[in-house]
Design a binder for this molecule. Structure first.
Ligand SMILES: Cc1ncc(COP(=O)(O)O)c(C=O)c1O
Length: 358
């Protein structure tokens, strides 16, 4: 049942009369399986974005000829809304997601999304579904901006029509324990000149098989090496990666093959501004092996919106398992985790203006 549609703040809103919220157990939210009441849908036709609409979350009709399904023009983003202890809802650097989405769009030959459509649509959607943002101790509201090609056309060419959708789901923790990462030389995620820096759906499809193999061996994620030398560490399937060797934080540099994470960028700012030593450069897997052998590998952690700061328990490489020190001893990862969490939930000062209140 929907209420009579109305235009509010430039968005046509068709509201559900009965929320599904009472069906959700907010204390046991599975990741990514329960969706909030509404979604934003904006069509791109005749060379321009059309009237944004918010409607009940649900199926969207398409035909098997739909371009995105056949040729993969599909990009997305991942961001979160946080409910603070004060009850207010905050977004973390949402314009960074928009600008990354538009960089992905450019690489995948898709139209850019105007800032007002993205930001206004996001705010209207979150305002309507505000009760879906869990309490701090329960989790967060994951937000998925998505754009795909909608031409019904069989032939390899970029589509003329697209759809931009924003939908949300309350989520608990992505990783419930420190993660195990498998280094592979067999598969490659991205090569220079490819699409590795774009949040393109196909990048994730190509990683499914290696990911499945890693999981069958007790790992949570692949730790990718570069596509040319199979030597230099790039990132994980869902996170960027950092190492603490001795007293120095190491991070792989961006050369177009790694997703430029917003958490990564924020973590780097915190590390630099708090007087830690940091090197952003090529890091060979053998350098990490040597550091491990010498007892210098103090910490490894992943950074990402879904995972936040994910401590690494073990790195597997060519049959060898490198176990990291206990999590309680990870001074930098724990400090980053607490600092980011506090900023996102409004429990600490936000010196960089990263947080936008709804
Ligand atoms: C491949 C990959 N790398 C890194 C990240 C981390 O990016 P962010 O910190 O912007 O969430 C993600 C998650 O979006 C990802 O999918």
């Amino acid at each position: 049942m929907v209420a009579k549609p109305a235009i509010e703040g430039g968005v046509r809103i068709e509201r559900r009369i009965n929320s599904r919220l009472s069906e959700i157990d907010m204390d046991n939210i599975p990741f990514g399986r329960e969706f909030s009441d509404h979604m934003l849908v904006v069509n791109y036709t005749d060379g321009k974005w059309q009237q944004p609409e918010i409607k009940p979350y649900g199926p969207i009709a398409f035909t098997p000829a739909m371009s995105a399904l056949n040729y993969g023009q599909s990009i997305f983003e991942g961001m979160k809304a946080y409910r603070g202890t004060d009850g207010d809802i905050r977004l973390f650097r949402p314009k960074e997601n928009l600008s990354r989405m538009n960089r992905s769009a450019e690489r995948m030959c898709m139209p850019a999304i105007p800032e007002d459509i993205f930001m206004n649509g996001l705010k209207q959607l979150l305002t309507l579904d505000a009760n879906w943002v869990p309490k701090q101790e329960q989790g967060t509201l994951y937000i998925r901006p998505l754009m795909y090609a909608t031409d019904d056309y069989i032939g390899v060419k970029s589509s003329d029509n697209y759809q931009f959708v924003l939908f949300t789901c309350p989520v608990g923790l992505y990783y419930k324990e420190p993660v195990n990462l498998l280094v592979t030389k067999e598969f490659v995620r991205a090569a220079i000149g490819g699409t590795g820096a774009a949040k393109a759906a196909g990048n994730y499809a190509a990683a499914m098989l290696p990911d499945k193999i890693a999981k069958s061996q007790g790992y949570h994620n692949i730790l990718w090496l570069d596509g040319r030398d199979h030597l230099y560490i790039e990132e994980c399937g869902t996170m960027n990666v950092f190492f603490v060797v001795g007293d120095t934080v190491l991070a792989p540099r961006l050369v177009g093959t790694i997703l430029p994470g917003i958490t990564r960028k924020s973590v780097m700012r915190l590390i630099r501004d708090n007087g830690y030593k940091m090197e952003v450069r090529r890091i060979s897997i053998h350098e990490i092996e040597e550091a491990y052998e010498e007892g210098l590998l103090k910490e490894t952690f992943g950074t990402g919106t879904a995972a936040s700061i994910a401590h690494v328990n073990m790195i597997g490489f060519q049959g060898k398992k490198m176990f990291l020190p206990p999590v309680e001893e990870r001074a930098i990862g724990n400090w980053l985790s607490d600092t980011l969490n506090d900023i996102k939930h409004g429990n600490a000062k936000d010196p960089y203006g990263w947080v936008t209140k709804l």
